[in-house]
Design a protein around this ligand. Structure first.
Ligand SMILES: [Zn+2]
Length: 219
C-alpha cells in the first residue's frame, strides 16, 4: 500500500448521482493513484474498478461520495468485498500506510508467500495486513493460487530491479558518479507512483546506509 493525496475537486459527474464511475471520476482517480490498484500496487492492471472504500449498501450518499471512491484491480476488489471495510485509508495522511505494515518481497521468482508484518498494534492495521495476506498469499481457489503466483512474480521482478541498483551502489569498484546514478534509480523505484513501492521501500528502510540517504523520498 502507498500514501495517496486525494484532490479536493469533486468530479462534476457525481453531482447528478446517477453514475459513480464516469470518465471524469476514473481519470481523476488514475491521477491520484498513479494508475495503480491502491491495495496490491499493480500498475495499469488488465482490469480495474472504481471501488467503494466503505460499501454503500444502497446508501446514495456513500455511493456518490467522492471521498469513498478508490481505484482497485478486480482481483483485490473481489478479495476485499464487505469483509474488509475498515482498513487503513491510504488517502488519510496520518495513516502512513506503508510504514504501518512491513512488506517483505519474495527473494525468488516462484516464492510461495511474501511476508507482511503489522508494525503498529491497532485493529485497522491488523485487518489491512490480513487483507494483504489474502491478496499476495491466498491459495484457497485455483484462480487465486495462479493469480497470486503471478502477482508475487511481478513483485519479485520489481525487487530484482532494486537488487541491480543495490549491487551497483555497493560494488567496491563503482565510481562516485555510478553510485549517484544508482541512488537516482532507487529514488524512482521507491516513488509512490512505482509498482509495489511498499515492498521496495521496506528493503531500503532496512538498510542502514540507504535508509538514511533516501529517507527524504519516503513520502
Ligand atoms: Zn490489486
Amino acid at each position: 500500500m502507498f500514501n495517496a493525496v486525494r484532490s479536493p475537486n469533486v468530479p462534476t459527474s457525481l453531482a447528478a448521482k446517477q453514475k459513480y464511475d464516469g470518465n471524469d471520476v476514473y481519470t481523476e482517480l488514475c491521477e491520484i493513484f498513479f494508475d495503480k490498484c491502491y491495495i496490491c500496487e499493480t500498475k495499469e492492471p488488465h482490469d480495474i474498478n472504481v471501488e467503494h472504500f466503505h460499501p454503500h449498501k444502497g446508501d446514495v450518499n456513500k455511493k456518490f461520495d467522492w471521498n469513498n471512491l478508490y481505484l482497485a484491480c478486480s482481483r483485490c476488489n473481489n478479495i476485499k468485498l464487505a469483509e474488509f471495510d475498515d482498513i487503513l485509508d491510504c488517502c488519510d495522511h496520518t495513516a502512513d500506510v506503508f510504514r504501518a505494515i512491513k512488506h517483505v518481497p519474495p527473494i525468488t521468482p516462484y516464492a510461495k508467500t511474501v511476508n507482511l508484518v503489522s508494525m503498529r498494534f491497532d485493529a485497522k492495521v491488523e485487518l489491512s495486513r490480513q487483507l494483504l495476506e489474502r491478496v499476495y498469499n491466498s491459495d484457497h481457489t485455483i484462480n487465486k493460487k495462479v493469480s497470486g503466483a503471478f502477482l508475487r512474480r511481478k513483485v519479485f521482478d520489481q525487487y530484482n530491479l532494486l537488487l541491480d541498483q543495490i549491487n551497483s551502489y555497493y560494488n567496491p569498484v563503482s565510481t562516485d558518479s555510478e553510485k549517484e546514478i544508482s541512488l537516482e534509480r532507487m529514488q524512482k523505484l521507491i516513488h509512490r507512483s512505482a509498482p509495489y513501492s511498499a515492498f521496495i521501500r521496506w528493503c531500503i528502510l532496512d538498510d542502514a546506509e540507504l535508509g538514511e540517504l533516501l529517507s527524504d523520498f519516503m513520502d
